[in-house]
Design a protein around this ligand. Structure first.
Ligand code: ATP
Ligand code: MG
Length: 312
């Protein structure tokens, strides 16, 4: 795995930051060298990692303005074992400054990342909920985008605006940008509309929709207030297991794309991966074949309500 992935959706509150923080922590847990970049002036990913955003010496702002290199702005996040390029509201000023530049304003992050790219197996960028110059910088720096989506009525509408921005960026500065996947977040299988939108997503985007589903889960919502990824808040929770399953699915997809069809003796190609390590028995690893329009996906019946108790 050697990829820069922008977690983006201009719709607010769909689970971008939750996904960026917890996916980074889950990939780090599988021994990937991971970097999380906060490029949102809200600084939520920064806070979610337990870093005080009001005390930053250097941040994404200085990096974008060329006042700091990336390496000297990184903060190690322990014990999770990944690095963070933090952000705070200074980024808003950085964006305004970028907009005054005549040339090269979209490529600031990509150029800044070049010296450290090979130090990491995966770089995850948490984008703001707008299609502004900060998001454009993320999409230009990225190899792919991961789109978290809440399966609700207006979800698809926002998606088409995002996809047309992606097409513009592909046509200009980043022709290799691809969709890593669409991730269904805060999913409640008891909600018929959620099931219908989910089925629509699969119809439109096929296997671009991650089979892993992130359930609505109170531990995921609590973890940022402790300044921790959910793995370090309640590692047995459905939320923690779901993000581990997502990391497993991404790794498996990557391995499959690198080594096409190594063996042909599995009669059920859509079955949950045997190599997804911690998550191979995870209920959030959904099989699309078993998931018709309005039927509850197996094992997801109690999403959000049946957390294991917190440790101690
Ligand atoms: P913004 O657009 O403002 O950056 P976002 O897309 O980054 O928002 P988050 O901040 O990740 O979204 O999530 C929005 C809210 O929903 C947060 O309070 C978060 O804790 C909560 N949340 C996210 N995912 C889940 C989940 N799977 N279960 C329960 N709560 C969740
Ligand atoms: Mg966010």
């Amino acid at each position: 795995m050697n990829r820069v992935i922008a977690v983006t959706n201009q719709k607010g509150g769909v689970g971008k930051t939750t996904t960026a923080v917890n996916l980074t922590a889950s990939l780090a847990a599988t021994k990937r060298r991971a970097l999380l970049i906060d490029i949102d002036p809200q600084g939520n990913a920064t806070m979610g990692c337990g870093v005080d955003k009001s005390q930053l010496q250097r941040s994404t702002c200085e990096v974008l303005l060329g006042e700091s290199d990336v390496a000297s702005a990184l903060i190690p996040i322990e014990p999770a074992g990944f690095s963070l390029l933090p952000a705070n509201s200074d980024l808003t000023a950085a964006e305004v400054r970028l907009l005054t530049l005549m040339a090269g304003r979209e490529t600031k992050l990509r150029n800044a990342l070049r010296p450290v790219r090979d130090n990491f197996d995966v770089i995850i960028i948490d984008c703001p909920p707008t299609l502004n110059m900060l998001t454009v910088n993320a999409l230009v720096a990225a190899d792919s985008l991961l789109i978290p989506m809440q399966c609700e009525y207006y979800a698809l509408e926002g998606l088409s605006a995002l996809l047309s921005t992606v097409e513009q960026i592909k046509a200009s500065v980043n022709p290799d940008l691809e969709i890593e996947g669409i991730l269904r977040t805060m999913f409640d299988p008891r909600n018929n509309l959620a099931n219908e939108v989910s089925a629509q997503l699969i119809m439109h985007f096929g296997d671009k929709v991650f089979r892993t589903i992130i359930p609505r889960n109170v531990r995921l919502a609590e973890a940022p207030s402790f300044g921790k990824p959910v793995l370090f808040h309640d590692k047995e929770s459905r939320g923690a297991l779901a993000y581990l399953a997502l990391a497993g699915e991404m790794i498996r997809r990557e391995e499959e794309s690198e080594a096409p069809a190594p063996e042909q003796n599995n009669p059920e190609p859509d079955a949950a991966p045997a190599d997804a390590n911690e998550d191979s028995s995870n209920p959030h690893q959904e099989s699309q074949a078993e998931y018709p329009d309005t039927v509850t996906p197996p094992g997801n019946e109690h999403a959000g309500n049946f957390d294991s108790p917190p440790p101690q």
